[in-house]
Design a protein around this ligand. Structure first.
Ligand code: BG6
Length: 495
């Protein structure tokens, strides 16, 4: 159905035979189509080296819908919008032929010359592709052109700057959509609303009332088939530089004066600018790294990271990071933000725990140690919701207290239609909303912060493996909090 108000575009996917396209992009486009968020005026061009035909590509798309969504209703009609073009990113003809194909599709699908170039492939080509798109005239259409870039955006601050420079020759900042898929998650987007739409939280959201903040993103999966990428990256680059620091920024930022992209991003940038830069000799005091060894999970024997692939046998790459991040500004001085992420941990879970300061006297618990601080828990996944931990009187005689929980669970809009991160982000890109994509300044500040940690780790060989698969990471991650008088509020124990 064509609708005047739905966005129109030709979406060009570089890396269309890859895992991301199959697991996330095709199902997301399909859901946008099924929900009427996009109409019939769109086409998708898949590019990769393989000599596929449109038919092979379409079968692949159909399979991806089956696998990801267990459905392919209207698949025939949907996949008729998909075209495949074998592509060599280094060859001029590839670009000129592509331009011809897009121009034809623009007239068939009436997409007003709007073009999205989605780079879902090896990062070493990001810069040169952006450059060539400009050079061979693919940006000279009548409509808008946008560039979507998957992570990693660089390997460190220096390479990120170089990449940014290369891309900026061809695209303006407002045409660049740097994906951080955590920014598309429902409850990550909710952080801002929970904070700024509730007086009871916003007034307490500072170092007078909050003792510490804990952000955990644990995974059960190991390195899977991604040894080559992951071993070069490690958990700090893979998760901390982007997803974890983005959550820190959302939790720490000042309220924006308006809900515009520029205002929100500038508050996030300010929060990231206030991250305390560590001295190299402080890194071991603030950060802990880990690598998983063998273990058991749900009754299954698992091998250690070094046994996952031949090339990993003496790897020094971290699969776990815990850190204490300080934000040196008026609101947050003295409040540690603890972050923790890793592979092969006890469970798949992302959550934020905001721990409030204790009341000054213990009147309602027998022992000081039984006291329960108030906690605000934001559950990001797998459950979506918020839980507030309070104390209330134990029913019956006496006036002793017990901890209680007020919970809200977001069960999604309606089953299958609950928008997934990629679906929301793709749609935002189609309507030109860059709010939930990372601005270059955010990327740069995050790299500057994490580079110090990585440089230090590169100098000193770690004593790996140091945590068992299926655990919550190395002991040192617990000690990181214990030395400050805190402990991780672990998911399994509390909910
Ligand atoms: C990706 C990382 O960015 O995020 C992966 O590259 C990680 O290593 C994934 O598994 C986690 O995302 P999610 O949405 O499953 O928490």
């Amino acid at each position: 159905m064509t609708n005047l108000h739905t966005p129109k575009a030709v979406i060009v996917i570089f890396g269309a035979t890859g895992d991301l396209a199959k697991r996330k992009l095709f199902p997301s486009i399909y859901k946008l189509y099924k929900s009427g968020k996009i109409g019939d005026d769109f086409a998708v061009v898949g590019l990769a080296r393989r000599p596929w035909t449109n038919d092979v590509f379409r079968t692949n798309v159909r399979e991806s819908l089956q696998n990801a969504l267990s459905m392919e209703e209207d698949a025939e009609e949907f996949t008729s919008h998909f075209y495949y073009h074998p592509f060599d990113v280094t060859q001029a003809e590839s670009y000129t032929e592509l331009n011809g194909l897009i121009t034809d599709l623009e007239s068939t699908y009436k997409t007003d010359g709007n073009r999205i170039f989605y780079l879902a492939m090896a990062p070493e080509y990001f810069g040169s592709i952006a450059h060539r798109l400009e050079e061979y005239g693919l940006k000279n259409s009548d409509g808008w052109t946008r560039l979507v870039i998957e992570k990693p955006f660089g390997h460190d601050l220096k390479s990120a700057k170089e990449l940014n420079k290369e891309i900026r020759v061809a695209f303006n900042e407002d045409q660049i959509y740097r994906i951080d898929h955590y920014l598309g998650k429902e409850m990550v987007q909710n952080i801002e609303v929970i904070r700024f739409a509730n007086g009871i939280f916003e007034h307490l959201w500072n170092n007078r009332s909050i003792s510490n903040v804990q952000i955990t993103s644990s995974e059960e999966l190991g390195v899977e088939e991604r040894a080559r990428y992951y071993d070069h990256s490690g958990a700090a680059r893979d998760m901390v530089q982007n997803h974890m620091l983005q959550m820190v920024a959302l939790l720490a930022m000042e309220p924006p004066i308006k809900l515009t992209t520029d205002e929100i991003r500038s508050e996030k940038v300010k929060a990231l600018r206030a991250l305390r830069q560590l001295e190299p000799e402080e890194v071991d005091e603030y950060f802990v790294r880990g690598q998983y060894g063998k273990g058991t999970m749900k009754g299954k024997e698992l091998v250690g990271y070094r046994e996952e692939a031949d090339e990993l046998h003496d790897s020094n790459t971290e699969t776990f990071v815990a850190g204490k991040v300080m934000i040196d500004n008026y609101r947050w001085a003295g409040v540690p933000f603890y972050i923790r992420t890793g592979k092969r941990m006890a469970e798949k879970c992302t959550k934020i725990v905001v721990e409030f300061k204790d009341i000054p006297m213990n009147l309602y618990y027998k022992e000081e140690a039984e006291k329960h601080p108030n906690l605000l828990v934001i559950n990001i996944q797998p459950n979506e919701g918020i839980t507030l931990y309070l104390n209330a009187k134990k029913s019956g005689m006496g006036s002793m207290a017990e901890p209680i929980q007020l919970s809200y669970t977001n069960n999604g809009v309606s089953g299958i239609n609950t928008p997934e991160a990629y679906e929301k982000l793709l749609f935002d890109c189609m309507i030109g909303d860059t709010t939930n994509f990372t601005h270059w300044d955010e990327v740069a500040h995050s790299w500057a912060f994490i580079d110090t940690v990585l440089n230090r780790w590169q100098e000193v060989k770690a004593d790996f493996p140091n945590y068992t698969s299926g655990s919550m990471g190395p002991d040192a991650a617990n000690q990181l909090l214990e030395k400050d008088g805190f402990h991780w509020w672990d998911v399994a124990k509390n909910e």
